[in-house]
Design a protein around this ligand. Structure first.
Ligand code: ARG
Length: 284
């Protein structure tokens, strides 16, 4: 693991806030079906290496002072390692996922049961397909929501009603970037980074209006899932294969920390995909 030196934050005071994450160990990880362009069942997967790389990611969060809860991995659900898709938890309210592809559908109930057992129940449901934090990203008091490949647009409205937060719908247009979290990363409560070409013209206009100072990633950054990152407001845990994006983030006052998740990339996922954030409610 490389923890880079703190970049000089010129004129910006970046600060971390401690987070609680849920992660699922890739004990049963393999690529046996293809539900996104990254997956190729004829390419061999080294599950032992996937486990080591995942452990480094988990340890990185712990060393940064965050807590990590582990969701038990179930046999026969190789994509369960991508915990971000397992639900959405904001303000202590949990919403269950409902997956588009039959291969992943049993994960919905498994994650909902785990969220309930973690004290986050009652777990809400919405009607229609929604793939949790794969397509719902919380930015401060607003939720950005992807649609086009996985999550039904109609679920966006339902998530707004349940959480009481405004939800902004964004259409994805490139099959390589099938979840919002493959094309857009949340850096802090008002800062995002994204790859414009992954979005429809309307979505690009909305993003440019809402986030005029966003960090814009290039083709090469996106093509290694560089945007699939996890930030605590200061430290940005991301692939070590996106040096251009890392340098832009450092120049913006963040501290990029590179990790190698090459095995998990074979399933079409990266750092953020492996990480479900559990956002607490306000306690009185
Ligand atoms: N193979 C998984 C799928 O296609 C990868 C999910 C990646 N997760 C994410 N949050 N983007 O569903």
């Amino acid at each position: 693991m490389t923890i880079t030196e703190l970049a000089p934050a010129v004129g910006r005071d970046r600060a971390l806030s401690p987070r609680t994450y849920a992660m699922t160990r890739p004990s049963h990880f393999e690529v046996t079906y293809r539900i996104n362009p990254w997956m190729n069942p004829s390419v061999e997967v080294d599950t032992a290496l996937a486990l080591r790389q995942w452990n480094v990611l988990r340890e990185t969060y712990i060393q940064l002072g965050h807590s990590v809860s582990e969701v038990p991995a179930l046999p026969g659900l190789p994509d369960m390692v991508y915990a971000a898709n397992g639900g959405l938890v904001v303000g202590g309210i949990a919403i269950a996922a409902a997956f588009r592809h039959p291969q992943r559908q049993p994960e919905g109930a498994a994650y909902a049961a785990w969220l309930d057992s973690a004290g986050l129940g009652p777990v809400h449901t919405v009607s229609g397909i929604n793939e949790g934090e794969g397509d719902f990203l919380v930015v401060g008091d607003r939720i950005l929501a992807g649609t086009g490949f996985r999550t039904d647009r109609d679920t966006h409205r339902q998530v707004a009603a349940i959480t009481g937060l405004p939800v902004v719908s964004l259409e994805l247009v490139d099959p390589r970037y099938y979840h919002l979290d493959t094309a857009l990363g949340v850096l802090d409560e008002e800062t995002i980074t994204y790859y414009p070409d992954a979005f429809s013209p309307d979505a690009r206009r909305i993003l440019a209006d809402l986030y005029p100072t966003a960090v814009l990633a290039n083709d090469a950054d996106a093509a290694v899932l560089g945007l699939n990152l996890v930030s605590d407001g200061l430290n940005v845990v991301m692939t070590d294969a996106a040096p251009h994006l890392a340098s832009l983030l450092a120049a913006a006052g963040f501290n990029p920390i590179g990790v190698d998740l090459s095995e998990l990339l074979k399933g079409g996922g990266g750092v953020k995909c492996c990480t479900l954030e559990l956002r607490p409610g306000v306690t009185s």
